[in-house]
Design a protein around this ligand. Structure first.
Ligand SMILES: [Zn+2]
Length: 164
């Protein structure tokens, strides 16, 4: 690691067409995103509501994954909460950029608590009755990555679908 440049990922594919997005002064490069998930992450991080510069690279070549997505975000690194990333995909690599260099590679732990990320599907849950309540889930089993509704303990299943 060390003085790796931001666009190292795209430069690895010698001889192929590469997308070269300019260097980031300060921000994050989210690498090894499962192909097709970049937009989901874009919205989950609230990037549509922020006015930072964002580059979304879809279907980049990856030796390990075949295809992957990459998200580059130029922003104050303290202004963006990345907690939800690990929930969406634990394999995402987070490169923290400062002064044009990778200063840290982060492994994100699963968030202990998530507010308004997923929805409780129990029809008897108070959040189904009172629409104004925030959807709060807590990490019930770190090993399995199980989340339960804070109000009714209903388990969240991947098949329940999606983000709010
Ligand atoms: Zn519930």
């Amino acid at each position: 690691m060390g003085k790796e440049e931001v666009n190292a990922a795209s430069r690895k594919d010698n001889g192929r067409y590469t997308l070269n997005i300019g260097k980031i002064q300060e921000g994050f490069v989210l690498d090894h995103i499962k192909a097709g998930k970049a937009m989901k992450i874009y919205y989950s991080l609230g990037l549509d509501r922020l006015d930072c510069a964002v580059a979304i690279i879809k279907n980049a070549h990856s030796r390990a994954m075949g295809r992957k997505d990459i998200l580059k975000v130029e922003c104050d690194i303290n202004s963006l909460n990345l907690d939800v990333l690990a929930f969406i995909d634990r394999n995402i690599t987070v490169n923290v950029i400062k002064n044009n260099e990778i200063v840290e590679k982060k492994q994100l732990p699963l968030p202990k608590k998530m507010t308004n990320v997923i929805r409780c599907h129990n029809p008897r849950c108070i959040t189904s009755v009172e629409r104004g309540l925030p959807q709060v889930f807590y990490l019930a089993d770190e090993q399995k990555g199980t989340y339960r509704c804070q109000y009714c303990d209903e388990k969240y299943e991947e098949s329940d679908g999606d983000q709010l």
